[in-house]
Write a protein that binds this ligand. Structure first.
Ligand code: XMP
Length: 314
């Protein structure tokens, strides 16, 4: 079946499934965006698209996602819930605990949105590997991949999953067919920058990580565009609560550490660190320490494969 036929069939099925108000949590990621566009084609304004700004989004991400939806003619409600996330995460440093708190807060925010629009249906961007891999696979033991946006089983909504039978490559071609901009974005974890800021989460530390991630993305996109290296499968920075001594002029100062991570992978299950040219690493290091002067004075590059390391640091 060609992609256009897949789209037509999915829209028809959605029309037969949804006859009342529906809600979908949109992150801007490919799966939820494709599901939202298909459902919008099927039922138009019966669909309520909600984007929750947790405070852990990448630089300009909220604006870019809003713009993408507005260009596609789909109304997106942006809920700024960052204060609530930060206050509930005060003092939380354990990675699994962080994910749990974030997941719970997400559900609370979403429930409020659901009751305000009176939704009867919940559209989700679940794809085939999501349910094939769930059910107690060994991977779940390694890290609870709590998908932010994953809702409890007892939710009082009829669940509709238009991508349930599709694999990522099919979702990508549907996204291209639908003209969705996010179809080429690199993977980004549901809990966002929260799992890239090790130790306590506060707006200043998250902002430092956001800036460092932006610099890594920008420099590696430039380097790949100039033919200096391949664009890695995933590339970002994490902020470590490791303080070391540095120098600013005549003064010795204490600053935190940024680790740069770039990997090649097919599906995230295993990965090799990417061989980034030294001049590119050097430009990343200089820009990070200049931009985050006073906060970060050391930048390191992670040369660990997966396994034994994971791609993210938490
Ligand atoms: P790890 O760090 O386990 O990550 O090697 C493999 C891939 O999954 C992403 N990742 C997550 N995705 N929720 C998600 O939706 C999560 O909690 C989460 N943790 C990691 C990671 O970015 C990589 O692409």
């Amino acid at each position: 079946m060609n992609t256009q036929m897949l789209v037509d069939e999915a829209v028809e099925t959605l029309q037969s499934q949804i006859d009342d108000t529906a809600i979908i949590a949109c992150s801007g990621g490919i799966d939820s965006t494709v599901a939202a566009v298909l459902a919008h084609r099927a039922v138009g304004s019966l669909l309520h698209c909600v984007y929750v700004d947790t405070g852990f989004m990448r630089k300009h991400e909220t604006e870019e996602v809003s713009e993408m939806f507005s260009e596609m003619g789909i109304k997106l409600k942006v809920v700024d819930a960052s204060e609530r996330f930060f206050s509930n995460l005060e003092g939380v440093t354990d990675p699994e605990h962080k994910r749990k708190v974030i997941g719970e807060q997400f559900i609370r925010v979403f429930e409020e949105e659901q009751s305000s629009c009176g939704a009867k249906y919940l559209v989700q961007g679940t794809i085939a590997p999501d349910w094939i891999e769930s059910g107690g696979g060994e991977r779940d033991v390694i890290k609870s991949h709590h998908n932010v946006g994953g809702l409890p089983d007892d939710v009082d909504l009829v669940i509709v999953e238009p991508l349930h039978e599709f694999y990522k490559d099919e979702v990508r071609s549907i996204a291209r067919e639908l003209g969705i901009k996010s179809s080429e974005r690199q993977p980004f974890p549901g809990p966002g920058l929260a799992v890239r800021v090790l130790g306590e989460l506060n707006p200043e530390r998250v902002e430092a990580c956001r800036e460092a991630c932006h610099i890594v993305e920008k420099r590696l996109n430039e380097a790949a565009g100039d033919g200096k290296c391949d664009l890695p499968w995933q590339y970002f920075a994490a902020l470590l609560p490791v303080r070391s001594v540095g120098v600013h002029g005549d003064a010795r100062v204490h600053g935190e550490t940024v680790v740069v991570r770039a990997v090649t992978s097919l599906d995230g299950m295993s990965a090799k660190y990417s061989p980034i040219p030294h001049d590119v690493l050097s430009s990343i290091s200089t820009e990070i320490t200049n931009t985050l002067k006073g906060h970060v004075n050391r930048v390191v590059y992670d040369i660990t494969h997966k396994p034994p390391g994971t791609i993210e640091w938490e």
